[in-house]
Design a protein around this ligand. Structure first.
Ligand SMILES: NC(=O)c1ccc[n+]([C@@H]2O[C@H](COP(=O)([O-])OP(=O)(O)OC[C@H]3O[C@@H](n4cnc5c(N)ncnc54)[C@H](OP(=O)(O)O)[C@@H]3O)[C@@H](O)[C@H]2O)c1
Length: 511
């Protein structure tokens, strides 16, 4: 297998073999290995895969960064990272000792060709001593400005090539571009060096169990799909709310904003999985073909169909929060949005005329992500004492995080009274399965090693999503400055967002 693409028959979910497949021996090379993502997410995920015996024998990690560390320092830093961030704690000493034997630190700068020549030699030595067969995953956990340089250097040193009978793959972190043009440029740079089948553009939302369950919920049950369309659905609300502000990422965030940081990737993924047609198979191309079709069916979004916000000082859960403009790395007159709400239409036979409302913001009262499908009201009044408008419509809410689960709201008679009240049927992962879900990065790292790119973003998908959102960014930039801040930290965003949905006779869900 040279191109790194899983065929449908190999697909482990389809074959029901997920638990039993182990990747071939390989080395994961992490660029940006002294950074936050590596010790907070990547290495804890790899450690948990090791703990669950999912990793191949000889599995190795090479960390690439500038800091004057050696293998021992790097291992110690990672151990602290795992101890602080792993879902299974404390670290099992014997397991860590054997896992850490395969961890190495490579000190070099991204722009130094000699560093890549030494890397190639080092990887060859690891192949020889640990029997990793020349199989490699390169993980770009670096500031995005570094991607083109690293990719070009990998190409120049022949590190892009798959070994005879083996594979080389590259995982690229978000953000993938900052608008359509830069995303296209980056795709060109990547694809000048790697084949699309080697490229894994990561959006960690797709690694979440609840997000994957969306497809199982829709396509492994007979009763929902027949009503999953414009005849029965009034509208859909997708919310990704964060209670934190920008913390210490102000410098990065001030150049990004909520549309780039959240809507372009995580909310777009939730939208496409909610709206897509059933794929012909559960494999990388069939699933991604359907997601791209959704993006192509979305009508251009006028800037009037969007609301922007930026938080000022306030408090979240009793904790005082500085205003966005007072955060480190943020311009004192910043026009960057920390909140976005928008409305879009997927103009195809299934969804024509059904609004999808998306909202995401920082410094909101709660951290919560959900997809809510609200069904049409009943057509007529049967119960004289209750006006039809007082009967709340059915809502199917899929909670992505926290309290992962699914809730169906329906009307019920209040016992002994001539009254109707909404009640819910609840499914909760925690209660039903009693096991902790693996972290998103565990699943995604494993899938990449197995050559399954279903849960990664394809070139056309990332470009289609930027094509949709870039005109909004452009019209915001060309328009007048906003009177920011316009919402207090710890509230549900600007008043304009409530007025925006109220104009359609609807309201945001209270979460
Ligand atoms: N952190 C998160 O939770 C998170 C979540 C989602 C996505 N991401 C994405 O993941 C990527 C990494 O994020 P991060 O937060 O881990 O970044 P970070 O903490 O700023 O780490 C950057 C890393 O890059 C290295 N580096 C920078 N310039 C270098 C150079 N010229 N040569 C060699 N090494 C260099 C740094 O090493 P030295 O300082 O040792 O040189 C450091 O290891 C970003 O694209 C980010 O958007 C992060």
């Amino acid at each position: 297998m040279n191109d790194g693409v899983a065929t449908p028959l190999e697909n482990p979910l389809r074959a029901g073999l997920r638990l039993w497949r182990t990747p071939e021996p390989c080395t994961v090379v992490i660029f940006g290995a002294s950074g936050d993502l590596t010790s907070r997410k990547l290495v804890p995920a790899l450690y948990n895969l090791a703990r669950e015996r999912r990793l191949p024998g000889g599995f190795s990690v090479v960390g690439f960064a500038r800091r004057a560390w050696d293998d021992a320092t790097f291992r110690q830093v990672l151990l602290e990272g795992v101890n602080a961030n792993s879902r299974a704690r404390p670290v099992e000493e014997a397991l860590w000792a054997s896992f850490a034997e395969g961890i190495f630190y490579h000190r070099a700068s991204f722009d130094d060709p000699a560093g890549y020549a030494r890397l190639a030699a080092r990887l060859a030595a690891i192949d020889a001593t640990r029997d990793t067969g020349g199989n490699r995953v390169f993980y770009l956990a670096t500031p995005p400005e570094a991607y083109p340089e690293i990719i070009a250097q990998l190409g120049a040193h022949g590190l892009n090539r798959s070994p005879e009978g083996g594979w080389t793959r590259i995982i690229i972190e978000k953000p993938f571009g900052r608008d359509l043009e830069s995303a296209r440029d980056l795709n060109r740079q990547v694809l000048a060096v790697f084949d699309e089948g080697q490229v894994y553009r990561i959006d960690h939302y797709l690694g979440k169990e609840t997000v994957q369950n969306l497809l199982v919920f829709r396509f492994a049950n007979g009763i929902f799909e027949p009503i999953w369309n414009r005849r029965y659905v009034d509208h859909v609300q997708i919310t990704v709310a964060e209670s934190l502000g920008v913390e210490d990422r102000g410098g990065y965030y001030d150049r990004a904003g909520a549309l780039r940081d959240m809507i372009q990737n995580h909310l777009t993924q939730l939208l496409t999985l909610t709206a897509m047609e059933p794929p012909v198979a559960y494999d990388a191309d069939a699933v991604r073909d359907e997601k791209v079709k959704v993006l192509r069916a979305i009508q251009p979004i006028a800037s009037e169909a969007t609301v922007r916000g930026q938080y000022g000082p306030g408090s979240v859960s009793g904790r005082p929060v500085r205003g966005y403009r007072d955060e480190r790395g943020v311009a004192p007159d910043s026009q960057t949005e920390t909140y976005v709400a928008l409305k879009l239409f997927v103009e195809n036979w299934r969804w024509a005329g059904v609004p999808f409302y998306l909202r995401s913001g920082k410094a909101l009262p709660r951290r919560v992500s959900e997809i809510a499908v609200q069904f049409r009201r009943v057509p007529t009044l049967l119960f004289a004492s209750t006006p039809v408008n007082d009967i709340e419509p059915n809502v199917l809410a899929i909670r992505i995080q926290p309290d992962e689960g699914i809730t169906l709201k329906f009307s019920s008679k209040v016992p002994g009274q001539a009254q109707i009240r909404p009640v819910t049927m609840d499914f909760r992962y925690g209660t039903s399965f009693g096991v902790a879900s693996p972290e998103a990065y565990e699943r995604l790292l494993l899938d990449c090693m197995l050559g399954d790119s279903t849960l990664f973003t394809r070139r056309d998908e990332v470009e289609a999503s930027w094509a949709l959102l870039t005109p909004i960014l452009e019209s915001w930039a060309a328009g007048p400055a906003q009177a920011f801040p316009n919402y207090e930290a710890g509230t549900w965003g600007p008043a304009a967002a409530d007025a925006f949905i109220a104009r359609d006779g609807r309201a945001w869900r209270r979460l």
